[in-house]
Design a protein. Structure first.
Length: 157
């Protein structure tokens, strides 16, 4: 950790990201899912897919460049491959649905499954590193504070 960064509890950061995504137009449940994956990316050290992307996602959601309510669906599938149309939704959501689909097909033992929806009752993939806080460089903190001001939501404490 450098002198210009602090650590932010992962749960606190996830709550902020979810609030920001919801304020930008993503439905609450989807905002929670995307926030979880963004924070998990930071916890794993994959910063390029983490919270640093929040300002860009907020701008694209507000401008209509990302579909906030995509109709994610399986277009075709075979024994080992499925083609999923993400309908220009958040990549985190498309990946989440694809993972749920793959898990459900694998658990059912039916490689030729015809499931095409993504009900909430399906198992949810998860990743945990055991880390509980995310390093927060000063520049990232300032960027997230700007998002909070733009969306008129509470900033990180």
């Amino acid at each position: 950790m450098t002198a210009d960064e602090a650590r932010v509890p992962a749960a606190q950061l996830g709550a902020f990201v979810a609030r920001a995504l919801a304020a930008a137009g993503l439905p609450e449940a989807e905002a929670q899912t995307v926030a979880r994956y963004m924070v998990e990316a930071d916890l794993r050290g994959s910063d390029t897919h983490g919270v640093i992307r929040l300002p860009l996602y907020v701008r694209r959601l507000r401008a209509g460049g990302i579909n906030a309510a995509p109709n994610i669906q399986v277009i075709s599938e075979s024994a080992s491959v499925a083609l999923i149309d993400g309908d220009n939704g958040m990549g985190h959501l498309v990946m989440h649905c694809a993972a749920i689909f793959a898990i459900s097909v694998n658990r059912s033992g039916c490689p030729g499954s015809t499931a095409s929806g993504f009900p909430a009752s399906r198992p949810t993939p998860s990743c945990s590193t055991g880390a509980t806080a995310v390093p927060m460089p000063k520049a990232l903190r300032e960027s997230l504070d700007a998002v909070a001001r733009e969306l008129k939501i509470a900033a990180l404490p």
